[in-house]
Write a protein that binds this ligand. Structure first.
Ligand code: UD1
Length: 377
């Protein structure tokens, strides 16, 4: 039987650690044939290339090189450049991960060409439509044919939205597959001592959400209690490109706030694993700290990953300085306790995805019957 041709898409930094275990598991399956497309949404050495090397992601067959732009322009450019790739390569299925603009654009493009879409990390909802990622999640799930769910809340949301059960597969968390596979190497990088830090005696901070960093007043408010913390313990802050300029303009600094360039996967994971505390507005770090048992203070009013609060170490502190200050105090006082990881965060999510893909039958002879690429559906 002809293998199922799966075209995998990556675009931005949080996609790389999600696609790596899926590609590796797919490579081992004779029933699947994989193509990798990188949209180029992230393109820097530190935001993209380093991750390919460290996670052993094969060189993409196609790089759309879209780069940075406004949401509409970036999404439109991906749509325009991805369509000819689909028409040329005729995949049986397009697999997208996460919730970035590349996820939305490529799933929309495939759905318009009647190519089945698989969405990894389906069903997550923050219920905050001012977050660009929430729009990306809703649209991607609406057009997806296979919805791979990472935590129980995703199952409940998709049911509420009327997605048929047959499309939904609770497989677990591929980001945690990557964490489990790389943790020993990450610890062996010696990053903690290289940064002049002592295990358990420093905090790690990341901030890049537009709602926290784009407005100087919002940035100052969220940083106020963190600058206070930095007087007592070093706060390592790898600064996302979006945040870099805003932070420089704000003039906010403290000797204890150690700003560094964005870090590679292994170095960052090594530092996170030994931190006393993480402060973040990232989605992925809420999940990683859950498994590492590191207290996490989320600098957002909501989370699309509630299992990190119910099963993990995550506390939603919002963006009010008083609440953040209180959350930091509580986290520093509380003893660290080992918890069971959320269901199916066991390092085998990619294997489960591949099993489902192996059983997926693509609609027959689609390309032959469609006619010219410009014909309407
Ligand atoms: C994107 C994702 C976000 C994800 C984040 C992780 C969307 C809507 N957002 O946000 O969900 O959490 O990636 O990093 O898709 N830049 C560089 N080098 C790069 C890439 C970007 O310098 O390689 C700079 C550019 O100035 C750009 C800015 O970062 O304007 C923002 O990049 P963009 O891809 O628009 O969004 P992110 O904030 O990175």
């Amino acid at each position: 039987m002809k293998p199922l041709h799966v075209l995998h898409v990556v675009g931005a930094r949080p996609n790389f650690m999600k696609i790596a275990p899926i590609l590796h598991a797919a490579e081992r399956s004779p029933a699947l044939h994989s193509t990798l497309v990188h949209t180029g949404q992230h393109y820097d050495e530190r935001m993209a290339r380093l991750f390919f090397e460290e996670l052993d992601i094969p060189r993409p067959h196609v790089d759309l090189e879209v780069g940075s732009a406004s949401h509409a322009q970036q999404t439109a450019l991906i749509l325009a450049r991805f369509e000819p790739v689909l028409l040329e390569r005729h995949p049986d299925l397009v697999l997208v991960v996460g919730d970035v603009n590349s996820t939305l654009a490529c799933s929309l493009c495939a759905a318009k060409l009647d190519i089945p879409v698989a969405h990894v990390e389906a069903g997550l909802r923050s219920f905050d439509r001012t977050m660009p990622e929430e729009i990306n999640r809703l649209v991607t799930d609406a057009v997806a044919d296979l919805l791979f769910v990472s935590e129980p809340s995703g199952l409940a949301h998709l049911k509420q939205e009327g997605v048929p059960d047959a499309k939904v597969h609770f497989v677990g968390n591929v980001m945690i597959d990557t964490l489990r596979a790389h943790l020993p190497r990450a610890k062996a990088t010696g990053a903690v001592s290289r940064h002049g830090l002592q295990p358990g005696q420093y905090a790690v901070l990341t901030l890049h959400r537009p709602s926290n960093v784009d407005d100087p007043e919002a940035l100052a408010r969220v940083l106020e209690p963190i600058l206070e913390l930095a007087r007592h313990m070093p706060v390592l802050f790898p600064v996302h490109p979006r945040t870099r300029e805003r932070l420089a303009r704000s003039g906010l600094s403290s000797p204890g706030l150690r700003t560094v360039e964005p870090l590679g996967y292994l170095e960052f994971l090594g530092l996170l694993a030994d931190a006393r505390l993480a402060l973040t507005d990232s989605g992925g770090i809420q999940e990683e700290t859950t498994v590492l048992g590191v207290p996490c203070i989320t600098l957002r009013e909501n989370t699309e990953r509630p299992v990190t609060v119910t099963h993990g170490t995550n506390v939603l502190a919002g963006t009010d300085p008083g609440r953040i200050r209180a959350a930091i105090g509580a986290a520093l006082e509380a003893p660290r306790e080992a918890k069971e990881p959320p269901p199916k965060w066991d390092g085998r999510a990619a294997e489960r995805i591949v099993q489902v893909l192996e059983g997926f039958s693509a609609p027959a002879a689609r390309w032959e019957s469609r006619g010219s690429p410009t014909s309407s559906r």
